[in-house]
Ligand binder design. Sequence first.
Ligand SMILES: C[S@@+](CC[C@H](N)C(=O)[O-])C[C@H]1O[C@@H](n2cnc3c(N)ncnc32)[C@H](O)[C@@H]1O
Ligand code: SF4
Length: 388
Amino acid sequence: MQETERSETRPFGVYVHWPFCLSKCPYCDFNSHVRHAAIDEARFVRAFAREIATTAARIGARTVSSIFLGGGTPSLMAPETVGAILDAVAQSWLVAGDVEITLEANPSSVEATRFSGYRAAGVNRVSIGLQSLDDAALQALGRLHSAREALDAIALARAVFERYSFDLIYARPGQTPDAWASELERALAQAGEHLSLYQLTIEQGTPFHQLHAAGKLITPDEETARALYDVTQSVCAAAGLPAYEVSNHARPGGECRHNLIYWRGHEYAGIGPGAHGRLEIEGARHAIATEKMPEAWLAKVEACGNGIVSDEILTSEEVADEFLLMGLRLAEGVDPARYARLAGRPLESHRVELLRQQGVVEITRSGKLRVTSAGFPVLDAVVADLAA
Ligand SMILES: C[S@@+](CC[C@H](N)C(=O)[O-])C[C@H]1O[C@@H](n2cnc3c(N)ncnc32)[C@H](O)[C@@H]1O
Ligand code: SF4
C-alpha cells in the first residue's frame, strides 16, 4: 500500500496556468503563446472553473493552502478574470484563512490600477519577471521592458502587496562575476523577502538554442558559471536572503509556500493548458498533465470537463525518487524516514556514506539528509547516485 499521508492539515496547492505573453522571449520554453487577436477571457474563466470543479469532484474535499497563477504572463489577465478564477477555487474547496495567492507579473504589463485590482480580487503576493537591471542585457534577452520599468514595477509591487518577489537571470553571455555581484547588490536593495535567481539555461527548440549551436551565443564556461553561482550565494547570504532552494532565496519565513508544496512532495492540482498536477486518489499518487495548446485545451474542457492528456499512477519507487529529486533541492533536505515509507525500503546506507565522505551530502542534527554547498553545483549527480 502506497503512503499517501493525506490529512486536512497537509498543504494543498492549486496551480493555474495562463498561457499567453505579449511576445516570446528567445530563451524561454515555457508553455506560452502569442496571439494577435484578443483573448476571450470569459471563455477561459468558464473553462478554468469547469476544470477546477471536475478535479474537485474527483479528489473530494481539500483545504487550499496556496494558489499560484503562473504563465505565460498572468498579469495580462483582467483583475475580474483573476477574481473569477479565485471564486471558482473557493466554490470547490475550502480555502485556508492564511492562503498564499501568488500572481506572476511581467514589468511590461504592470500598472497601478491593475495591481490594486488583483489585490482586491484576493492576490496577496506577486512575483515579477525582472530578469536584469541592465538595459543592454534586457535587450539581449529579448525583453520588452527597460531597467527603469523593472524598478517601477517593483516599487508598485511594494506599495500594493505585503509580499513580493522578483526573478533575475544570470550566467548570461559575457557576464563577469564582478558585474553580476554589483547588479545583484543593486537588485537586493529593492528586494522584499524573496528572490528567484536562475542561471540562463539553453533550452531545446528556442532561438537561443539555435544561436548557441551556431556559436553565435556563448554562455560562460564551467569555471565562470561556478564563480557566478558562488557570488550569488555569498552576496545573498550577506544580505540576509540565503538560498533555501537551488535558485530561490528568502529571508527566514519569506519562502514561497506554493513552491515548497512541490519541493516537499505534497499534493497540488494543475489547472489550465499544459499544467501539471500530483493528486492523491484512492491511496495512489497520480501524475497528471493537461493539453498544452490553449485552444485545444479549451475545446477538450468544454467537451469533457477537463483537459487531461496524461494521468499516470506512480509506483512507490517513482514517488520516492521524485520526493528525493525535489526535496534535495531544498537547503533543509529530506527526512530519510519519509523516503523509506514512500519507497518501502530505506536509502542505501553505503551510498549515503560514500557521498558524505565526498562532502556533497550531510546528516543534520535532526536526522535530515541534505546536500552541502559543495554538493549543490553537482546536485543532479548526487540525486542520480542516491536514487540508483
Ligand atoms: C514563466 S516566467 C514568469 C514571469 C513572466 N512570464 C516574465 O517573464 O516576466 C518564469 C521565470 O523563468 C525564468 N526563465 C525562463 N526561461 C529561462 C531560461 N531559459 N533560463 C533561465 N531562466 C529562465 C525567468 O526568470 C522567468 O521570470
Ligand atoms: S520568459 Fe515570461 S514573458 Fe518571456 S516568453 Fe517566457 S513566460 Fe513569456
